[in-house]
Design a protein around this ligand. Structure first.
Ligand SMILES: CC[C@H](C(=O)O)C(=O)SCCNC(=O)CCNC(=O)[C@H](O)C(C)(C)COP(=O)(O)OP(=O)(O)OC[C@H]1O[C@@H](n2cnc3c(N)ncnc32)[C@H](O)[C@@H]1OP(=O)(O)O
Length: 311
C-alpha cells in the first residue's frame, strides 16, 4: 500500500501536477517578488523601457547549448533599462526550451558587462526606483540561475558592478586570461542589489565575499581560481595551446557536463538546484520527484537494455 502511494506520487510528479511537481515548477519559473511584496512588474518594466539601447541576444543551438549575449559594445555592454527588460524576456524563452541542456552567458566584442548603464542609473537615482529595479533584476537573475540548464558565464574583458553580479547568476564561470571580475559597488557608494551579494557568499564563502566587496578587489583568473569564483580559464585564441575561440572553448568545457539526453541533464540541474536552495527534507522530497521523472524513462530503459559497464 505504501509503495502504491509512492508510485502515485511519482506518476503525479511526472505529469507535473503533484506537490513536488508544483514545488519544482514554482522554484524554476518564479522569482522572489510578486504583488504580495507590492512589486508592480508592469510599472518598473515601463520605467526601464524609457532607457533604450543595446540588446540581449539569444541563440539556441541544435547541440542543446544556447548562447545569451549582452550586446551594447559602445558602452562596454552596460545594461540599459531596455536590456533589463530584454533579459527577462530571454529568460522566459529559455524556461520554455524543452530541448535545452546548457547555456553560455557572454558579452559582445570580447568584454562581459560594465554594469548598469550609468545614464539610466543617474535618471532613477532615488531609493524607491532603485528598489524597484533591484526587485526586477533579482527576479530575473534568480530565474536565470534556476533554469533547468547548466549555465556558464564566459568572462572576457571586464565584468564590473552589475556585470560582476551577472556572472554569479550562472552555475559556473570561465575567465579569459586577461579578464577581471570586480564588484565596484563600494566605489559607487553602493552594495550589490541584483542578488549578487547573496549569491557571491554562497559561491566563495562569507570571508572571501567580504574581502571582494569591502576591498572592491579586482579578481583576475588566478585569484578567481584560488577562491572558487572561477571554474576554469580559457586560453587566448592566438596562442598555440588554444583549441579555438573563447566561445568554442566554453562550449567544449560545458560539453562534458551536458552530454546525454535533455530530460536527464535537466533532471541533474533540478536535483542540484533543490539541494542548493531548499532545506534538506524538502530537497530530498524534490529529488525523489525528479527521480520519478527519469526512472523507467527512455534513457534509463535504453541503458538497462544495453547492459552498460562503467569502466
Ligand atoms: C554598482 C552597481 C550597479 C548597479 O547596481 O546598478 C552598477 O553596475 S553601476 C555601473 C558600474 N560600472 C561602472 O561604473 C563602469 C564605469 N566605466 C568604466 O569604468 C570604464 O568605462 C571601463 C573600465 C568599463 C572601460 O574603460 P575604457 O577606458 O576601456 O573605455 P571607456 O571608458 O572609454 O568606455 C567606452 C564607452 O563606454 C561607456 N561606458 C562604460 N561603462 C559604462 C556604463 N556602465 N554605463 C554607461 N556607459 C558606460 C563610456 O562612458 C564610454 O563612452 P563614451 O561615450 O565613449 O565616453
Amino acid at each position: 500500500m505504501a509503495l502504491c502511494a509512492v508510485m502515485l506520487q511519482i506518476l503525479k510528479s511526472r505529469s507535473g501536477c503533484g506537490a513536488w511537481g508544483r514545488l519544482l515548477q514554482r522554484q524554476s519559473s518564479s522569482g522572489v517578488y510578486s504583488s504580495v511584496h507590492a512589486f508592480d512588474e508592469a510599472e518598473i518594466r515601463e520605467k526601464l523601457q524609457a532607457f533604450p539601447g543595446g540588446s540581449i541576444d539569444l541563440f539556441k543551438q541544435d547541440s542543446g547549448i544556447a548562447v545569451l549575449t549582452v550586446n551594447n559594445p559602445s558602452r562596454m555592454n552596460a545594461l540599459s533599462g531596455g536590456m533589463m527588460v530584454d533579459l527577462e524576456e530571454r529568460v522566459s524563452e529559455l524556461e520554455n526550451w524543452t530541448d535545452g541542456k546548457g547555456l553560455i552567458l557572454c558579452g559582445a566584442a570580447e568584454t562581459f558587462c560594465s554594469g548598469s548603464d550609468l545614464n539610466a542609473v543617474r535618471a532613477i537615482s532615488n531609493p524607491q526606483d532603485g528598489m524597484k529595479m533591484s526587485m526586477f533584476m533579482q527576479n530575473t537573475l534568480t530565474r536565470l540561475l534556476r533554469l533547468p540548464l547548466i549555465s556558464v558565464a564566459l568572462v572576457e574583458g571586464r565584468a564590473l558592478g552589475g556585470g560582476a553580479e551577472l556572472t554569479t547568476a550562472c552555475d559556473f564561470r570561465l575567465m579569459a586570461s586577461d579578464s577581471v571580475i570586480q564588484f565596484v559597488h563600494k566605489h559607487m557608494g553602493l552594495v550589490p542589489g541584483w542578488g549578487g551579494g547573496a549569491r557571491l557568499v554562497r559561491i566563495v564563502g562569507s570571508q572571501n565575499a567580504l574581502k571582494l566587496l569591502g576591498g572592491a578587489l579586482k579578481v583576475d583568473p588566478k585569484l578567481g581560481l584560488q577562491i572558487g569564483l572561477a571554474d576554469g580559464v580559457v586560453e587566448d585564441a592566438q596562442t598555440v595551446e588554444a583549441p579555438g575561440s573563447h566561445l568554442e572553448q566554453a562550449e567544449k568545457w560545458l560539453g562534458t557536463y551536458i552530454k546525454g539526453p535533455a530530460p536527464v541533464i535537466q533532471a541533474v540541474k533540478k536535483v542540484v538546484l533543490s539541494g542548493r536552495e531548499l532545506p534538506l527534507s524538502e530537497a530530498l522530497k524534490t529529488e525523489m520527484g525528479v527521480f520519478g521523472t527519469v526512472w523507467g524513462g527512455p534513457a534509463n530503459l535504453q541503458a538497462l537494455a544495453s547492459k552498460s559497464k562503467h569502466k
